[in-house]
Design a protein around this ligand. Sequence first.
Ligand SMILES: [Cu+2]
Length: 226
Amino acid sequence: MRSLILIGAALLFLAFALSPFHYDVNVVEGTVVSMDCPEVWSKGKGYNKDGTEIMHSADPMATPDRNVIISFHPLDFEPELKPTEDAYVTQTEQTFLPLILPVVVGSKVHFLNEDEFFHNVQSHTPGSRFNIGRRAPNVPYSIKIKKQGVINLMCDIHSHMSAKILSFDTPYFCRVGKDGTFSMKNLPDGRYRVEVFHPSCDDEVSEIEVRGGQVFKMDFKLNKRP
Ligand SMILES: [Cu+2]
């Protein structure tokens, strides 16, 4: 009986290994170094129309280096696109957090005003125009992102507030870590166009082929926008 179970398991394994639908998953890891790229905004003092000082959150998620996103776009197959869960943008101390939010196209993005005064969120990006109106503190509001691409967010009350949603037609993307390293896991075999997005550096585009369930290395050096 036991040997029958073992034979059965071996046959199942063989069927899986030989199946045309079987693929290995790979890992791409590496570093992103940004050179001489400016802060997204000046951290110097600025003033609102009413004379009050412009606020900026000191949260790390408001800094360019914590908002570097690397995405892998399959060239050999159509990936399954499941909406991103927990896609949140808050408005905190007159700052969008995070500055850059990556999602799969079709996801719902939730906005939450965490300040004690009104904010607005709107986009004038063609194909992704919306305006959630002026919202009181702690009243959440959600928008479905229908088109892929970069969507620019702003607040019509505080003109220094800006952020971006990166709406991807791939589920393979990650945020580069604090130490400048990244590790993109679960990449099926194939060729990919690799894009690195940094809020204030020039974008970097590259290509990689991954196969055989291995770990691949990729390093990027980003330069100031020309
Ligand atoms: Cu605002």
